[in-house]
Design a protein. Sequence first.
Length: 234
Amino acid sequence: MTAVVAVAGVAGLLALPAGGGAPAGFAALREVDPSIRQDMRYASGRNFTGRVVDGYEEPVCLLARPAAEALRRAQRGLLRRGYSLKVYDCYRPQRAVDRFVRWAQDLDDQSTKAEFYPAVDKSRLIPDGYIAEKSGHSRGSTVDVTLVRLPGVEGRERGEVDMGTPFDFFDPLSHTDDPRVTGAARANRQFLKQVLGEQGFVNLPEEWWHFTYRPEAFPDSFFDFPVAVASVRP
């Protein structure tokens, strides 16, 4: 079993696995269910910082195994209904969370405002809770996810369904039950919430894409090993 060095953190216990890898109980989602799409935004420049985020060495989804297996169960039901899950982020190292905070504090960098926070002043991202010093993602049971329509008669993937806002859109419109989101987008949000809820995931009301599997495997820990397949291999 991988040793874990525990250090007191800002909000709870900061668990640092000795040797730089994950503790026993983490897995790569692709090894649990390769059919789930992965679009790991923080391993690319397609995110609100505009750059690859610290700690994302590979574009892979790592999760505590119970959360990964719950996603697999949800995926099996969705495939029969013509849908697939697609994850944007899974386990997130503490160093990435720290990078988000530094980015939010740099008020001179407004390069992604039009896409990610057009109606919110950047100085409000931390006070209003869009960016925080700790994230449930660092415990390994939280995932950012959407739905994709499977290929139809035309033989092409139809792409992500309409959710009313993009992923990581810093605005009240991203609240799961925002009354201004109606029609297909509202129905799609509720469908995703229902499907994942049936497998033990709880939605964060402020973000339609954010779900945490409960009970969490590591409820009192915040990890900092890098996002790479090698982190979850013996």
